[in-house]
Design a protein around this ligand. Sequence first.
Ligand SMILES: [Cu+2]
Length: 136
Amino acid sequence: MKKIILFSLLLALAACGGNDNTTTETRDNNKENNSEQTKEVNSSEESTAVSNEVNIVATNFDFNQEAYVVQSGEEVTITLTNEEGNHGISIDELGVIIESDGEAVIVPEDPGEYEIYCNIFCGEGHEEMIATLMVQ
Ligand SMILES: [Cu+2]
């Protein structure tokens, strides 16, 4: 008699358990508003006088003058000072871009009226921050 020996194969199944430890870090960005208020007393109120220096003072939401007059063919220094809020100016046709306080030197060749507008979104009155550079 033949004895049939049955070999039992034990299959050990290794169970793989995956633990997802995902920690979500929520960070609060506290934006610090450093509003430096520089108070410069400019007693020159020459509204439409021709000048080689254009001093634009910005507040919420206005410029200190509606129009600034300069002479064509001459070097003009445009200075922007933020007295209130944070503003910038652009004069597209003359390539002027000043963001926050700063200055730009241009030589406007062609007489005409050029739009000065605020180029930093500053709030509700942003769209109204428009002035004119008049080149004679
Ligand atoms: Cu603005």
